[in-house]
Design a protein. Structure first.
Length: 408
């Protein structure tokens, strides 16, 4: 099978070897490992560091049957910005030109967002009778209506309406819709005004089983004698930094052996620093590579997921949710919705808006080893059942082969 994958905003294997593979990267590995020919289309910009990997269009050979086609365009500094829109448009146009010169694929699998990539992929698929599967990762453009405020929101409304019109067409005309949760799949079906078919399915974001014997980095400065809670992310506007500060201040008063470690970098780092200034039990550790992160999580007791309580996170399941589970870390969640229901159903953490309730829970698990061990085992059990990457991307590759087989 010859398959094209379209996805920006992920780490690129063979270019960023110390970064964790994400959803498209793990799917590409699974497909190429089965002998399929894989071409992954992306951009040269590292979405997380905002640095260019290359200053020109570049093709990276990962294996004889696996190539990454990176298109250059001027980058952006903010995730929600005009410069990002222009970047996405240019990358999509470059794909259109490249596709005309290449052997036609059997299947196209495109991440949504971006809307631009998904739009050109679906148009190409319709023209050449090639099945295009749209994989919903985020709820564009609906999130813009919720995140933008005041005059900025008013000014952006024509663009939002245009993108919503395009999104409806994408979902309607895609051969199939995938999503990272059942709720997001339903959102896509509703947008496209389509009945669910046998190929409209959701696949959670998976995380690979971590290596307990990974080489120590000597960069892990954590005090392993403390009760370490870890939070890692791109420091952007998705998270409630006031909640982090409030939790830390309350814990600081009640138990000084509990420490919150924040690993990451991003456009709102200075805002975060101001909010946590002079809080002694928060340690800001900067961006961490996969080996260092593995070491940090192995020495952590709980995982913090301080998402804002927005509609998109109420419908989604995040990368870090699966990653925390894989290390057996009870999860501290500050939003409601889909992830909260998973936590409560499987008894693997807490989801609450109450600072007191969260802090009481943390201290209870710290002081009651049997209770902690029970919750940790529940986290591992849920991970092995639903979030193990080795299972998820095997099932997703099986699914794509099923589509190809049904078309022969």
């Amino acid at each position: 099978m010859n398959i094209w994958l379209l996805r920006t905003s992920e780490t690129i294997p063979a270019v960023s070897p110390n970064e964790r593979l994400m959803r498209m990267g793990m799917l590409a590995e699974e497909l190429s490992g089965r002998g399929h020919n894989v071409t992954w289309f992306s951009g040269t910009l590292n979405h997380f560091t905002k640095k260019q990997l290359f200053k020109q269009d570049t093709i990276v050979k990962v294996k004889d049957n696996y190539y990454i086609n990176l298109s250059y365009a001027q980058g952006y500094k903010k995730n929600i910005s005009v410069s990002r829109i222009l970047y996405q448009m240019k990358i999509a146009r470059k794909f259109q030109k490249q596709a005309k010169k290449m052997e036609k694929p059997d299947i196209i699998y495109v991440a949504f967002p971006t809307i631009e990539y998904a739009e050109v992929a679906v148009k190409y698929g319709k023209k050449h009778n090639i099945p295009v599967i749209v994989d919903i990762r985020d709820l564009w453009p609906d999130i813009f209506k919720h995140n933008l405020k005041g005059f900025t929101k008013i000014a952006a409304m024509p663009y939002i309406k245009l993108m919503n019109h395009k999104t409806k067409k994408i979902m309607k005309n895609a051969f199939a819709i995938n999503a990272v949760s059942e709720a997001m799949l339903e959102w896509g079906l509703k947008k496209g005004k389509r009945e669910k078919s046998k190929f409209d399915r959701f696949f959670y974001i998976g995380y690979k089983t971590h290596d307990a014997n990974a080489i120590k980095t000597n960069n892990c400065k954590m005090d392993k004698n403390k009760f370490n809670i870890s939070f890692f992310a791109t420091i952007n506007n998705q998270f409630d930094y006031d909640k982090i500060a409030q939790i830390a201040k309350e814990l600081e008063k009640r138990d000084k052996t509990i420490v919150i470690n924040i690993c990451g970098d991003g456009p709102q780092k200075e805002i975060l620093i101001k909010k946590i200034n002079n809080i002694s039990n928060i340690k800001l550790r900067g961006w961490s590579g996969k080996d260092e992160l593995n070491e940090i999580l192995q020495n952590s007791k709980m995982g913090l997921a301080p998402y804002k309580n927005t509609f998109d996170f109420q419908m989604s399941v995040s990368n870090k949710f699966a990653e925390y589970l894989s290390y057996g870390l009870p999860i501290i969640l500050t939003s409601e919705g889909y992830m909260k229901s998973l936590i409560e159903k499987n008894e693997c953490g807490i989801s609450s808006k109450s600072i007191d309730e969260i802090c009481n829970y943390i201290i209870e698990l710290k002081n009651k080893k049997e209770k902690y061990d029970e919750i940790s085992k529940n986290a591992i059990k849920l991970y092995k059942k639903d979030f193990m990457a080795e299972k998820i991307y095997k099932n997703l590759a099986d699914y794509l082969e099923e589509i190809k087989g049904g078309l022969i």
